[in-house]
Ligand binder design. Sequence first.
Ligand code: PLP
Length: 265
Amino acid sequence: MTARSRPISALTIAGSDSGGGAGIQADLKTFAAHRVHGLSAIAALTAQHTRGVTAVNVPDVGFLRAQIDACFDDFDIGAVKLGMLANAAVIEAVADALEHYRPAHVVLDPVMVSTSGARLLETSALDALRTRLIPLATLITPNLPEAELLLGQPIADLDAMHEAIARLRELGAHAVLLKGGHLPADGDVVDLFADADGGIEAIAHPRLQLEAHGTGCTLASAVAANLCLGRDLGASCAAAADYVHAALQRGYRPGNSDILVLDHF
Ligand code: PLP
């Protein structure tokens, strides 16, 4: 890329992790590792380290909209990644902005609870997530606990994952990357990619016995980066899953706990 060319940018609308492992910080590292210019609109601030979240602050939604407007006013945005959105008012503001700007791709990671157990989305916001954002997303990337909360039903095996995809489609989801990492299994981790036409493909990786933080944020932003690079949705999901697996294998422990942070470079 020359200094004169105008590259496609990826925009993350998500929460900040002061510990640098998840959220906006993981998203921007992922975009940079893919050599995609990264933009950010910060929807929530967390005071956080590898052991947990100690405080959350949600800025005024007018200021969030100002950040989003500033990005769309100047950059050529190829994909938007949505992460921690905290509450219904934030979700409504983001949905209004997406309806206004209609970006080519929206990757929605329906962040609800952190690995450390902190609530990152108010329960009262689930309805807004279902009705306003899911229909606007090109792809949603729930893990099993998130899909269970969205659907109100347990997902205990691979058959139940297939059924959950059908129910998520009924909610208005176009394509789904349902992450199977929470299934109790010794073998591979199996994620299911369901495209907008009804096809389903399994994406399998050997399970790494590692406790890490920020994998969900990284996966969704790697999908967005690959979409910016011109890959189709299926290829973007497969490349993103490979990216997370490799970054996890190189993971390191920057904090005073056993929790790994992904190595993006
Ligand atoms: N903190 C922020 C700001 C996030 O956006 C997210 C994830 O999406 C998390 C924490 C949770 O990350 P993890 O569940 O990997 O700990």
